[in-house]
Design a protein around this ligand. Sequence first.
Ligand code: NAP
Length: 498
Amino acid sequence: MIQTNTPATLVLLFGATGDLAKRKLYPSLYNLYEKGILSEQFAVIGIARRRLTHEQYRNWVKDSVETFGMPQEKIGKFIRHFYFQSHDVTDENSYRELKGLADELDEKYAANGNRIFYLAMSPEFFGTVAESLKEYGFTDTKGFKRLVIEKPFGWDLSSAVELNERIRSAFSEKEIYRIDHYLGKEMVQNIEVIRFANAIFEPLWNNRYISNIQITSGETLGVEERGRYYEKNGALRDMVQNHMLQIVSLLAMEPPIRLTTDEIRSEKVKVLRALHPIEKKDVHKYFVRGQYGRGIIGGKEVPAYREEPMVDPNSNTETFVAGKLMIDNFRWAGVPFYIRTGKRMQAKTLKIVVQFKDIPMNLYYRNGSSLNPNLLVIHIQPEEGITLHLNVKKSGRTMETTPVKLNFSNKNVDGINTPEAYEKLLYDILRGDATNFTHWDEVAYSWNFVDPISEAWAEEKADFPNYAAGTFGPKAADELLQRDGFFWWPITNLNIDD
Ligand code: NAP
């Protein structure tokens, strides 16, 4: 897509002093500004309860941008676009004052009534804010209005339905941008291109040639200060319902008839609808949960999950999930999609391994060669690239085979860091492209799939902790694949530059 400048816009940023705004939103907005993509006709009203002057808030924004070591020249000019309003979203009286500032800035910046409402705050407020925006006339605007919502979208299907009804009373589905920041990642967006722009992959992309697909998302961090949030959610709700299922749907979807938002989303929804439902009584056959105990990461001993701040010392919350997903359609019947995600893993990584079926016979066994299956590895983070694993002849007077890797690394090609996911997502929101955001149908089908698993787990106390920090999860996660005759490809051997 050719980059075009963003239209005149007023952004109302709820939760302007929070962690997300500081670490992701200000640096991403600044990147867009610094590159000249963000129109000069933009203003941001930062909203939080604490009392800050415009000047204090601008310094806050400046600090956040400087912390990330970005070019300095335009910061002074950039922060002049920021204004602060002290406002409690649960206090009805303060919406009028906020509206007055919004109308004033709309005129000052000739924003044409274009408004983005970004809810970077606790999900408990999403419904209240959306309803109040309508009630106090923020949404009666002659320009576009867009509501941006962070995760989590609900806690299960019924709470998600309830939240959706509340926000839909003020915004249409087309005006709602549900963030799944994995969809802003360069190589996640590349899945579609790798599949649909190459003649060599798509013909093989089915159950005749693929034996299984493995998706691993690992963090080395623990829960940090987010113990309270995490206790309530756990890895299944925090990672699987959204990010992992989104990646599965991109890998498994049919080619859309056009690259439009509606067509792509409709193909993704079909995958989620085709997920083989897991009944509560069968959860143990398909899913494994884990919680980290003490262990060593980066040479340092780290505490167990139950020893983290704001975590119940007898917590039943999972910090790791592995699962086997089956997709009941012609293309994928019989091909397991294995997913695993966890905190305090051995490595920070997000990788997809597509394992192709073995060739019908090994002609080289007499030479002592066992053939490795062909793998296509998509590296999403920290490395960005793809690797194709092949077998070739060992050089010399021999017909023995040896495995090799064909590597493509994004770093080597572009020579620049790819933009942060949030920079791309903000750019899309400003331009009104909802392709990389989750549609309500995707949210609903995902909860529908995940709910029986969380219900089964809530009913039974787990034997936690069951994996040491600094490993790739409990033994049961390995056994899940062993039962099918597979194993997790060791992540550390898959890196691009090996
Ligand atoms: P946070 O650090 O706790 O920030 C919350 C913000 O909301 C603060 O600015 C706070 O400022 C404001 N706030 C709280 N209560 C308010 C009220 N009643 N009225 C007005 N403002 C209020 O939260 P966060 O980590 O930035 O997370 C924000 C959202 O992003 C959440 O939905 C989270 O799940 C999601 N998210 C966060 C991350 C991340 O990396 N942090 C990643 C993915 C998704 P005052 O205290 O001054 O009011």
